[in-house]
Design a binder for this molecule. Structure first.
Ligand code: MN
Length: 447
């Protein structure tokens, strides 16, 4: 696991002034990666610094990088970089930081031509994502959703033993800013014994999640022991697992989510590396007294002590009418990644525990991040639900969210934009941000 080192020094500043502004998302301690494209250029790997991007392809071409980094920096995706050893990745971080630090100002004239404004580019997906699996790691989310359908028995008996997940769809993962068409699908019969209909989804929802990218993979037939799992994690991104609740309700038994999820998943363009997150690692979730301990293969001292990530997450909604009237997006949810029952290392180790091979660029979704408090519920299915965990009621009673235009929402309407933000902060380290993960709902297409 990465430890705190000189690259996290909170007193470090950059000659890129916007990186030094209080509250800047991308100070010199962060250095998240992205893939971007200028209007007439090929896709390039970049590093976020203040409101700029350091174009690593340009850096490689101007002799600012050394081997083996020249090669990986000239690729159109991050996969080659993600597959490097953790030692090489650390060295690359130090190299990039040395180009951007205040003390590098002697060389500033050479480096400045490699800066591109973030507003002048089109972001691409950061890497080729071969496989995507989505977990269900928030016990509050699992309990809330379970309570709607099984008030007497919300949490199934496997939940506290297995990081539950399903295989998602990698081909429909899109980068922030890509519009999302309301899906069309089979909706359950309106009366018992009736026939389903095929129509535009009426109960469209978002899910606040975090995506975790695999760095180095493992061979088919091998496993990733829990003590080595962190060395296979490259970094984190913000993720919105768009969900069609009415399609889901009709299709999910017996094999789980399928078309209700596979029409689109949005991620932010930025990957914040595990090394950048080192100052914000924390203990795993404290299991309440009486909860079982996981089996040995999912347990280690280092995972218990520092397997968590103290990452704050927020969801905002802006309707078309709010946008027309110049109103700011309204915050719907404020949650914390520390509320997850399972750590990222446990999810990865469990995923490979049957010999399944992970490949560089694969993505694990955390599952909806929900806390105990109502305002920390990570999707509308939970947020507008009138029940709570002490007083479980079936899922029909809902109180809509009220918006400053007088509009109400139980689920998403066409023209709504959902925006996810995330950041880590502490007293002793520089705050780092994750950028945004945004998507706007367009009307259903004729399919
Ligand atoms: Mn999900």
């Amino acid at each position: 696991m990465y430890t705190v080192n000189t690259t996290h020094d909170p007193t470090l500043k950059s000659w890129v002034q916007s990186a030094n502004a209080p509250g800047a998302e991308f100070p010199i301690q962060n250095l998240p990666y992205c893939v971007f494209q200028q209007p007439s250029g090929p896709p390039s790997i970049g590093v976020g610094i203040g409101d700029q991007i350091l174009d690593l392809r340009t850096c490689a071409g101007s002799g600012l990088l050394s081997d083996p980094f020249v090669q990986v920096a000239s690729q159109p995706t991050l996969n080659a970089l993600m597959g490097l050893s953790t030692g090489d990745q650390s060295q690359f971080r130090r190299l990039i930081q040395s180009l951007l630090t205040e003390n590098a100002s002697a060389k500033k004239d050479n480096i400045e031509p490699a800066l591109v404004s973030q507003t002048d580019v089109k972001f691409q997906l950061p890497c080729l994502i071969g496989d995507y699996s989505d977990f269900y790691a928030s016990i509050y989310h699992a309990t809330n959703v379970g309570s709607m359908f099984r008030p007497d028995n919300p949490l199934l008996p496997n939940y506290k033993h297995i990081p539950i997940g399903y295989h998602g769809r990698a081909s429909s993962i899109v980068v922030s800013g890509t519009p999302i068409h309301r899906p069309v699908g089979q909706l359950s019969p309106t009366e018992e014994g009736g026939n389903p209909s095929r129509a535009a989804c009426q109960l469209l929802d978002y899910e606040l999640e975090v995506g975790c990218f695999v760095g180095r993979g493992n061979d088919l037939g091998s496993t990733i022991p829990i003590n080595e799992a962190e060395e296979h994690l490259f970094g984190l991104t913000l993720l919105n697992d768009w969900s069609a609740r009415d399609i889901q309700k009709w299709e999910y038994q017996p094999l789980g989510p399928f078309l209700a999820k596979s029409f689109a998943t949005t991620i932010s363009p930025w990957i914040v590396t595990m090394e950048a997150l080192a100052p914000f690692r924390c203990a795993e979730f404290t299991r309440p007294d009486g909860d079982p301990q996981p089996l040995d293969y999912l347990t280690s001292e280092s995972n218990s002590n520092s397997g968590g990530v103290d990452l704050q997450l927020e969801v905002f909604l802006q309707t078309a009418a709010m946008q027309q009237q110049g109103m700011d997006p309204q915050m719907l949810t404020r949650g914390s990644f520390t509320s997850l029952y399972w750590t990222l290392a446990q999810m990865l180790t469990h995923h490979c525990s049957n010999g399944c091979n992970m490949r560089t660029g694969d993505m694990l979704g955390s599952g909806t991040v929900s806390g105990l408090a109502r305002d920390s519920r990570g999707c509308l299915l939970e947020l507008t639900w009138d029940g709570d965990q002490a007083n479980a009621v079936p899922g029909t009673q809902r109180t809509p969210i009220e918006l400053p235009t007088g509009e109400e929402r139980k689920f998403l309407a066409d023209g709504d934009e959902v925006i996810i933000k995330g950041f880590c902060e502490s007293d002793s380290h520089r705050r780092i941000g994750f950028g945004i993960c945004a998507g706007k709902i367009l009307p259903a297409q004729e399919l």
